[in-house]
Write a new protein. Structure first.
Length: 224
């Protein structure tokens, strides 16, 4: 093959390598930026969920305190009424007396708390030594704010995990862009080398690195 034809084909191959490397570098940079955006948004959402979870947990603590205080007040009032008149001791289902302090307090229990109190009264706690000590020990005692706090914490953990994954993918694309830069370096060295063997050596290195990068990019997830 004439030298001019050989050089022309060599220049074409090197130019193709450099063009593909440039396009690959641009694509890797674009995807790295997109995954960095996913990371930032996920961390921001996780932080917002954790803040909301903290507020929900604070609300749950306040509601639990209100329930404990109101239950204690009701129990003290009921005990005082039983001492004054033992016939009012509830042996079965409790029916609040609107004319009594205990009935007044019972009707003002929070709606979330009443099912637990009624379930507790169904165990005949005033006469049954095996009954739960308080309604707070029963599964019927559930706070929506507490459950919401737990859900928000779990969602925040998932978002944080997504952010860590996005960060790793962004780093992978950056690393691929660095390898593409070596393709440009080897291709440039191939054009400057004097000997044919040296040119072939650098061209081969550039080709291997380029193929590896293209395969790697094909396997990476894409964020658009």
């Amino acid at each position: 093959m004439p030298d001019d034809a050989r050089h022309s084909r060599f220049d074409l191959v090197v130019a193709l390598f450099m063009a593909l490397a440039a396009v690959g570098t641009a694509w890797a940079g674009f995807e790295s930026a997109k995954w960095s955006g996913v990371q930032a948004n996920s961390y921001a959402s996780a932080g917002a969920d954790r803040a909301e979870a903290s507020r929900a947990q604070t609300l749950a603590s306040q509601q639990r305190t209100i329930d404990v205080v109101s239950f204690t007040a009701w129990l003290n009032a009921l005990n005082a009424e039983i001492v004054a008149d033992p016939s009012v001791r509830p042996h079965g289902s409790y029916t609040p007396n609107a004319n009594a302090v205990s009935g007044f307090l019972f009707e003002r229990f929070r709606p979330e708390f009443k099912p637990a109190v009624r379930a507790w009264l169904d165990t005949h706690p005033l006469v049954n030594p095996d009954a739960p000590a308080t309604p707070f020990d029963l599964p019927q005692y559930r706070l929506a704010a507490d459950q919401r706090s737990q859900q928000l914490v779990e969602r925040a953990e998932k978002l944080a995990a997504r952010a860590r994954t996005a960060n790793q993918r962004s780093d992978n694309y950056v690393l691929t862009a660095v390898v593409f830069a070596t393709v440009l370096f080897f291709s440039g060295m191939a054009t400057k080398a004097g000997g044919r063997r040296v040119q072939l050596f650098f061209t081969t290195l550039a080709g291997i690195a380029l193929v590896g990068c293209i395969i790697t990019l094909a396997l990476f997830p894409i964020q658009v």
